[in-house]
Design a protein around this ligand. Structure first.
Ligand SMILES: NC(=O)c1ccc[n+]([C@@H]2O[C@H](COP(=O)([O-])OP(=O)(O)OC[C@H]3O[C@@H](n4cnc5c(N)ncnc54)[C@H](OP(=O)(O)O)[C@@H]3O)[C@@H](O)[C@H]2O)c1
Length: 262
């Protein structure tokens, strides 16, 4: 799959040391993009992603805790300087962190989930905004300059389960803020959309779901399997491309039919 209009674009993918972010970074590199490969705790994972990226094009290794304003500003600045701007921002970094039901959840856990999944999107997007506004755009005859994509979750629709309700609330906020940002940034020519993954086989579920759960969910899924990181990356790529040039404030659920709605 090649989207020719993406060639040469400067793409920053947060949380690309693992899973969905890593697959997304590699897929963008196959389109000829310059890719910012970002990590926090998993430097070796990010190095492996960058190695893959460099088989196709070029990129930069970037470090930041996305909960931290100063670190985010430095990371975004480092990428923009190294790449010569930012055309596409993928806000993918996020985590369930733990499973804590509302009955026993700690305030620290609650705040960390929101800082990791929601504050992070404010910090990275706000910091990248001046560059996204300056991007030259890839689409002739439309005012669209640049693109911002958030990774939400099916949990934002369903409320999650088994101690993931607070995370579900945070991902619902991501979906709603996608719409708000799409309205606010449209005059700048920036499209903003989100992708809502279902059950995707990455480190996320290696940490938080037992093997039996993987099997159960695959059996409950109409398309008969769990998702892969590449399933999500391909949809992110579509939303970033000219093929989605008139789409903003929208989400695409990628879950094999696990959650369907009219
Ligand atoms: N897997 C699923 O079924 C699923 C379903 C719905 C939504 N999602 C969402 O998809 C996104 C990617 O998840 P994944 O499945 O690919 O999980 P993953 O393999 O665990 O990757 C998570 C990524 O987020 C980064 N990250 C987490 N906390 C961070 C922090 N404080 N600062 C900076 N980076 C941080 C991690 O970086 P380091 O490891 O370097 O710290 C890692 O690169 C997340 O937003 C997740 O909520 C996943």
């Amino acid at each position: 799959m090649i989207y020719e209009d993406l060639e040469g674009k400067k793409v920053l993918v947060t949380g690309s040391s693992s899973g969905i972010g890593s697959a997304t970074a590699v897929l963008f590199s196959r389109q000829g993009c310059f890719v910012g490969v970002h990590y926090f705790r998993t430097k070796d994972g990010a190095e492996k992603t960058l190695e893959q990226v460099k088989k196709n094009t070029d990129g930069l290794l970037l470090y930041a805790d996305v909960r931290d304003e100063k670190q985010v500003d430095e990371m975004v600045e480092q990428f923009a300087r190294g790449a010569g701007g930012i055309d596409i921002l993928i806000n993918n970094a996020g985590s369930l962190i733990d499973r804590q039901p509302f009955e026993t959840a700690t305030v620290d856990y609650h705040d960390d989930v929101y800082a990791t999944n929601v504050r992070s999107i404010l910090l990275v997007t706000r910091s990248a905004l001046p560059y996204l506004k300056k991007s030259k755009g890839n689409i002739v005859n439309t005012p669209v300059r640049s693109v911002c994509i958030h990774i939400g979750s099916v949990a934002g629709h369903t409320g999650g389960g088994n101690g993931s309700g607070i995370y579900a609330g945070a991902k619902a906020a991501v979906a709603t803020e996608t719409i708000s940002m799409a309205g606010e940034f449209a005059p700048y020519g920036i499209r903003v959309n989100s992708v809502l993954p279902g059950f995707i086989e990455t480190r996320f579920h290696e940490r938080f779901s037992p093997p039996q759960r993987w099997k159960e969910i695959a059996e409950q899924t109409p398309l008969g399997r769990n998702g892969t990181a590449e399933d999500i990356a391909k949809v992110v790529l579509f939303l970033a491309s000219e093929a989605a040039g008139f789409i903003t404030g929208e989400y695409i659920a990628v879950n094999g039919g696990l959650y369907m709605r009219a």
